[in-house]
Design a protein. Structure first.
Length: 590
């Protein structure tokens, strides 16, 4: 295969901190590579180095000659006075490019091409930056958290866009569904070392566990041998002969291996010391609007004890506003929230928390509490709690200003949980958190004996945590759905299909009302297309069902799994496209 990028023996340090050391890898044409690691391990730094935005200590980075590289930064920067269109094309747009820009920006919910960038929110600017990278048609896409600030529809569109064709990309994302459906290779940064896996995210999880099991077995074996060799070392006289010297040297190598540590976080953090009464809150016919933009319209909901609710919907439909109304941060226009006396909210906001940069991590948490009460006489100290959320003892005594963006979000999460609330309100908690931290948080919420409301675009996280949804559809319309996100998506697609079938049947019936003579009849060509679409949609749905059944059935062939995982988003894109055209044709009178 044609190598687009070759990285050899790359090392990067910040003072005494080593991010990665002597790592090597290459990316070939058509490879879609996901980079995963804990927060603070250097994922964004590595992307920035490859893109030429940051230096490194040693090593070589080689691109194929004349390779065009597109880089999406985690926090892009723009000239505040330039328009959206200029930001997309660096002032070099022609009529053909503008037409294409409209298509991509519309998918990303950016509709005013001439709006100054200073008027856009941070999330909107990230989406313009994403459009910029996609529209420049690079040979190699380097994407840092591309799904941040995208709603679910946009994420699914981007999945299909990146999975189509022979695109080559390297990206960092915490979205595990996105990784699974887009990537065909995974790189993992762990303990300064890089590990490569040829497969999607599900394949990576399987092989990573195998690697850890093998490494753990080797460490146990080294420890057993080390104890015997240590006894030998202690028995020997201080002056050893040449014959024993090789064994002494081997002892020190063995000692280094025996002292290795593999993360083994088997204990789940379960808090039994959380009490919440039977009355939680009642949303009594609440209304809220910003000008003409209606968020809530006479909305009623009675929240049950121990409920774990997810809130989903497109950006701007009122999800975060609902949380702020519940917490009293924003006033309601009409109605009220009646909240139980025992409720103690813990609020994790999108905006985050402003820290004292000169404080140490451990002191930030100790300012809230020295320990968290787990009930039954058990407790976690502040240090133990931080360590559970993957702050090593060394990191705990680091200053806040040294933390990465993801580590700051993780510390903010710890400050919320250390207050021991009985009702957690989490607004986009998954943004910028590494996958390992997300897994810890999922376990914590699954065992949490209080109430939870989560706003998130992370579909995997929502499936693991919530038992039902409020779906914000815009203009004050809110649907209550009993199930998780995947179940809602499947139900929604089934509903759309049934409605389309009903629409098709009604169109085929003879028209009894001849008053509306302005509707044109379907042409012969359109009738042929309509019939062909019905057959194609049925075939695509059958293929989709067949692949999903195979993936769920424990198919063991890695090549087949990878091929099927790549095919699924393509099928979905084709189904959406053909179903939309089928609906258009079904609306034309016979």
């Amino acid at each position: 295969m044609n190598a687009y990028l070759d990285v050899q023996h790359l090392t990067k340090t910040f003072g005494a901190l080593t991010l990665f050391e002597d790592i090597s890898f290459s990316i070939s044409e058509g490879q879609r590579v996901g980079l995963v690691a804990k927060n603070g391990m250097g994922k964004s730094t590595l992307l920035s180095i490859i893109a030429g935005h940051e230096g490194y200590d040693s090593g070589e980075i080689t691109f194929r000659r004349d390779l065009k590289v597109g880089f999406l930064e985690q926090t892009p920067r723009f000239d505040p006075d330039e328009s959206v269109l200029d930001a997309c094309f660096n002032h070099e747009g022609n009529d053909e490019k503008v037409l294409r820009a409209k298509q991509v920006l519309t998918q990303l919910k950016i509709r005013d091409l001439y709006q100054p960038m200073r008027q856009l929110s941070g999330g909107q600017q990230k989406r313009v930056a994403l459009a910029n990278v996609l529209l420049t048609d690079p040979d190699l896409l380097i994407l840092d958290e591309p799904t941040n600030h995208l709603d679910l529809d946009m994420i699914e569109w981007l999945e299909g866009y990146l999975a189509r064709g022979n695109r080559t990309l390297l990206m960092v994302t915490h979205d595990r569904f996105f990784l699974d459906r887009v990537c065909n290779s995974i790189l993992e940064l762990d303990n300064h070392t890089l590990y490569a896996y040829r497969g999607n995210y599900a394949y990576y999880l399987e092989k990573r566990q195998h690697r850890i099991d093998v490494a753990r077995a080797e460490i146990i074996r080294a420890n057993n041998l080390y104890r015997r060799e240590l006894e030998w070392m202690r028995r020997q006289p201080q002056a050893r002969g040449h014959k024993a010297r090789y064994r002494e040297e081997a002892f020190y190598e063995l000692q280094q291996k025996a002292r290795q540590r593999i993360e083994d976080r088997q204990m789940r953090l379960k808090s039994a010391n959380v009490y919440i009464g039977s009355k939680i809150f009642e949303c009594q016919y609440v209304s809220k609007a910003w000008g003409d933009h209606v968020m809530l319209d006479n909305f009623y909901y009675n929240f049950a004890r121990f409920e774990k609710m997810g809130i989903v919907g497109n950006n701007g439909t009122g999800k975060s506003t609902f949380l702020k109304l519940l917490l009293g941060i924003e006033p309601v226009d009409a109605g009220r929230f009646d909240i139980g006396d025992t409720v103690r909210f813990g609020y994790f906001s999108q905006e985050g928390l402003q820290f004292d940069e000169q404080q140490k991590v451990i002191d930030v948490v100790r300012d809230i509490a020295d320990y968290i009460d787990l009930g039954g006489g058990r407790h976690f100290s502040a240090s133990q709690f931080l360590q559970h959320f993957q702050f090593t003892p060394e990191q705990q005594y680091n200053y806040v200003y040294k933390l990465s963006g993801g580590e700051r979000r993780k510390l903010y999460l710890c400050t919320v949980l250390m207050r021991n609330p009985n009702f957690l309100v989490l607004d986009e908690p998954t943004n910028d958190l590494d996958i390992q931290t997300l897994q810890i948080l999922e376990e914590y919420l699954a065992d949490f004996p209080g109430c939870v409301i989560v706003v998130s675009h992370d579909r995997y996280f929502m499936d693991k945590v919530v038992d039902h949804l409020l779906v914000f559809k815009g203009d004050g319309v809110i649907q209550d759905f009993p199930g998780n996100y995947t179940q809602y998506r499947e139900w929604s697609m089934l509903q759309s299909k049934e409605e389309a079938e009903k629409a098709g049947k009604s169109e085929k019936q003879p028209k009894r009302d001849y008053r509306n003579t302005s509707k044109r009849k379907m042409t012969y060509k359109e009738k042929m297309e309509f019939a062909r679409l019905e057959e194609e949609i049925a075939q695509l749905e059958e293929e989709q069902a067949r692949i999903e059944a195979a993936l769920c059935g424990g198919e063991s062939d890695v090549a087949k799994i990878t091929e099927m995982s790549k095919r699924l988003p393509v099928l979905k894109e084709l189904l959406d496209e053909k179903s939309m055209r089928w609906l258009e044709l079904s609306e034309i009178a016979d």
